[in-house]
Design a binder for this molecule. Structure first.
Ligand code: CP
Length: 307
């Protein structure tokens, strides 16, 4: 894993992986998903630290389930019940756990700076989402869900157009998707009001929903991140957003719907979509288990090869 970065075995950014490594990883996860099988690792259970300094449901539980299915020993640290609550930084937390024999980690943090500081340490790290930085495992599980939708065919996947609508300026998922599209040459369109445009300049972005949805095969909505809206005046009014950008049945016109969760029903998605028949949302969650098991497995295998 992360051979491209030629550093420690860490996946902090999608750009840590080459196109070849990404495809190989996804093919392995797809085979595991299809067989509904996660093969337990041989030997004594390896510990893995799940350091979650921000709240999470899907990412935490799927990494924990994946680790247990592989026969690993997960140690969960949450900000509310660990010394992170007393202000201990991530580097110190990880170094202390390493002294206790834990050398591989999944980390979620609000601080991109603290996450990237882990590059200096000789430990395995998978990014479980950093502030408004990136969320590589989410974008990869989304891609696995699309690969499954395309019956495992990269040719079909590369011909498919995905349109993502939402609060892009605060979205770590969108940032990972931009990097994925660049690396693999995927057809991506990003739609938001001007005030929520992606922080980085990207040719994929438009504020015109009609234009963005034209020719889209799959639509993904992103959460309006109420907890981050106070970080700088975007000028976006929530009621206006709902009127102009909320995804509903009419806009979807039967197309598959994705959302990384958690969902604000009645905000980015119309309430009427709760029972939408072409929803892939829970399929994304199912894919998360197999994708994250593959990530953990690759991380351990690659570190063992090095030592
Ligand atoms: N999509 C996602 O990261 O969900 P959680 O915050 O619940 O982990």
């Amino acid at each position: 894993m992360a051979k491209k970065s030629n550093q420690t075995n860490q996946l902090l950014r999608i750009s840590d992986l080459s196109a070849k490594e990404l495809k190989s990883l996804l093919d392995k996860a797809y085979r595991s998903f299809k067989a509904k099988k996660i093969v337990r690792r041989r030997g004594a259970p390896l510990p893995v630290g799940l350091v979650f300094a921000e709240s999470s449901t899907r990412t935490r539980v799927s990494f924990e389930r994946a680790a247990r299915s592989l026969g690993m020993e997960p140690y969960l640290l949450e900000s509310s019940s660990s010394s992170l609550a007393k202000g201990e930084d991530l580097t110190d937390t990880v170094l202390n756990l390493k002294a206790l024999g834990i050398e591989n980690f999944v980390v979620r943090t609000a601080s991109t700076e603290q996450l990237l500081a882990l590059r200096k340490l000789s430990v395995g790290v998978l990014n479980g989402g950093d502030g408004v930085g990136e969320h590589p495992s989410q974008a990869l599980l989304d891609l696995l869900c699309l690969l499954k939708h395309c019956k495992g065919s990269w040719k079909r996947l590369l011909a498919l157009k995905l349109t993502i609508v939402g609060n892009l300026s605060h979205s770590r998922v969108a940032n990972s998707w931009i990097a994925l599209a660049q690396t693999l040459g995927l057809q991506l369109c990003l739609v938001s009001p001007k005030g929520w445009a992606p922080a980085q300049k990207t040719p994929y972005w438009t504020d015109d929903l009609k234009k963005g949805l034209a020719g889209a095969d799959v639509v993904m909505a992103l959460r309006v991140q109420n907890e981050r809206l106070s970080e700088g005046g975007s000028g976006v009014n929530l009621e206006d957003y709902i009127k102009r950008y909320q995804v509903d049945q009419r806009l979807l016109a039967g197309r598959p719907l994705m959302h990384p969760g958690p969902i604000n029903w009645g905000v980015e998605l119309a309430e009427t979509l709760r029972d939408y028949e072409n929803s892939l949302i829970l399929d994304q969650v199912r894919c998360g288990l197999y994708l994250r098991a593959t990530l953990l497995n690759e991380l351990i295998a690659s570190r063992q090869k090095q030592s």
